[in-house]
Design a binder for this molecule. Sequence first.
Ligand SMILES: *Cc1c(COP(=O)(O)O)cnc(C)c1O
Length: 391
Amino acid sequence: MEFCYRCSLCGRTFSIDPQLTLCPDCVKQQQKDQPLSGVLDVELNGTADQQFDIFDLLPVEQKYFPPAPVGGTPLWQPKNLRRELGFSKLFIKDDGANPTSSFKDRASFLVSAFAKKFGIQDIALASTGNAGSSMAGIGAAAGQTITLFLPKYAPVAKLVQALQYGARVYRVDGSYDLAYDLSLEYSLKNGGMNRNTAYNPMTIEGKKTVSLELYQQLGRTPDVVFVSVGDGCILSGVYKGFRDLQQLGLIPEVPKIIGVQAETSNALCRALASGRFTAEPTSTVADSICVDVPRNGAHALTQIKKFGGELISVSDNEIIQAQARLSASTGLFTEPASAAAFAGFLKVSSKLEQDALITVLATGNGLKDSASAQLGINMPERLISTVTDIL
Ligand SMILES: *Cc1c(COP(=O)(O)O)cnc(C)c1O
């Protein structure tokens, strides 16, 4: 298999090089408070049969990957939910089962291997929490040095996780957007690799593995995939996996993908409706999808339009309700950003065919933000000391 970069905006191709992040032509059109201009797609050229090995479809050789069991996550068949909702072919892909408990490991895994291949030891990034704790953990497995910029409101579990893995962590007095800018400035001055989402082409490429796995686990493509959306990198990654499968002649078409945003942080939904991105301050209980400027917004929107995808918004209340419902009816406890995808499914389910094969991506484990999860439950206040107190 041969690989190169292709600019998602102008289509120019480049050979893969760790010094190249955005298209050098299109980056000149970058405007303030707008999505990245000139995000690079990895393009593959070659053939593969149905029994392909996922590593063969990745642009870094298997020997460079760290010894961590990333991907191969379980596909749940939630019996109670299927019965309650009437969807007999509903599946939930549990990416909270990755080593650091979020989907982000798929990107970190490839970024780590990419850096290793080119002898780069230092990796820096900004994160709402999960990308950082992920890169810290995968970097620990690889023996790499990780520098992380976290917004001050990142859930404490994600901060603690990153520190446990031995990352150097800077807490930023501001939002994720400020952390993003600071981490880029740091990398430009300090060298090494920057793993910022969409800026590093391997982030989207690494995330494509979820679609390759779904195809292998189901023996076909789903009819509809629900995915929560912040920067829009997972969305583009999901598309990329299916696009690769289509290019290889293994599937006839790319399935319908429905991106779900939080109502109070829905820049992509607004841009789809209005035709342009407007930065607005955001806040949502789903911290992992709380983004003022979706860095991969332009690329993600192009995919949505090209392949007939949809974008919908859900309220924080819907997210919290969906989180508790998913936990209680399946045993799968996910964080709010992850539950957003399920909330989106619940919201539009009446418009879907009941026999459609539906996959909801569960992107992060619920224990990563137990404070938010408390909003959806009643904490028992009363203390008891004998059983007769309750009988
Ligand atoms: C990062 C993240 C998302 C959203 O991914 P984007 O690429 O930013 O759109 C969704 N859920 C969880 C748990 C995440 O960590």
